[in-house]
Design a protein around this ligand. Sequence first.
Ligand code: PMP
Length: 415
Amino acid sequence: MKQQAHSPLDTSAIRRDFPILSREVNGHPLVYLDNAATTQKPRQVIDALVHYYEHSNSNIHRGIHTLAVEATEQYEAVRAKVARHIGAADERQIVFTRNTTEAINLVARAWGDANLREGDEVVLTEMEHHSNIVPWQLLARRNGVRLRFATITDDGYLEMASVRELVGPRTRLVSVVHASNVLGTINPVTEVAEVAHAAGALLLVDAAQSAPHMPIDVANLGADFLAFSAHKMLGPTGVGVLWARDGLLESMDPFLGGGDMISVVKEEGSTWADVPYKFEAGTPNIADVIAFAAALDYLAEIGMDRVREHEKTITAYAMDALHRIDGLTIHGPADVDDRGGAVSFALDGIHPHDVSTILDGYGVAIRAGHHCAQLLMRRLGVPATNRASFYIYNEEREVDALIDALKQTIKVFAE
Ligand code: PMP
């Protein structure tokens, strides 16, 4: 297999770790370009899952028998790896959730319900994923909080002037996506943090599309909360992370009540376990958290700087090739320094669902739809987009396959 000209990664070697990448779809080699939705899993992650169930399966935190101790140690060891991945100072700042969505809902419930009152404001942006809109709308319904949406430019950048205008004395929280799952835009989160903090507001960063793709340091970002999902970074489904700045989790009441999150339960009331256990009620997703460690190890071995470099290389290659197709428009920043590897585009007169269906016939998997960003679709004036998104195993020849399939699609519609 051809290695990419400028990528720092040995993609041929990486690809050998991903069993699914050698399968065929509709008689063609699979070209998987739907990584913003979820990534494929390396053998190391799959093996970790199987190994856990074959050797250490047990419930955690309660038992004192050998398997319970092993499972607990393995599960708890993952917090430190997650903390390292995002530059967190303390593994007790890491809460395991089901996904990014649940992490944001946890903040809206456990922090929002207690701290926000009618007339307080939450500032979001027009490019948010529904998981960073709907939890705040639910909160607004519960307590009358007002939501405000910072605008974006026609070329897909966040308008900092709009953020500055909207953030004021009534703002209690600013919640922004770090890297857009549609436009690819990487937002100037540090700048947003300065604006939020100057107004006395907190900052939540939706890192679902950044934590998998670039080095992250929560202190440099200036975030107070950060949320992301394991399944978008080689890990299993069913595991998300909420990180919170020192002291914040301690100040919050639990989101869910039940086993594992208590200290003492009496008829007249209960007291809570220390953080982060206070936020992990019930039996957690033990196996998938443990297998997530193998994903974090895999990425650490490559190095997040090199992951980012690889993605810039393949994204630049793809955008250049896409630009050369007549009647194709790319949404979002043109400069790969300002964007991640999610590339949304439109083909004149052809609905994205038709494009995706025809591409599937060539084994090329892309995404078509609103990408859980209906506010953004409205802002762009389109019902849906096509989206190709890249990860560590994608190669330039796969971009070539995408381009060939797009040309065939255009031909079919021209007939
Ligand atoms: N935010 C962004 C920017 C996303 O891309 C996604 C997933 N598409 C989410 C949040 C939600 O992630 P999950 O479905 O894993 O909760």
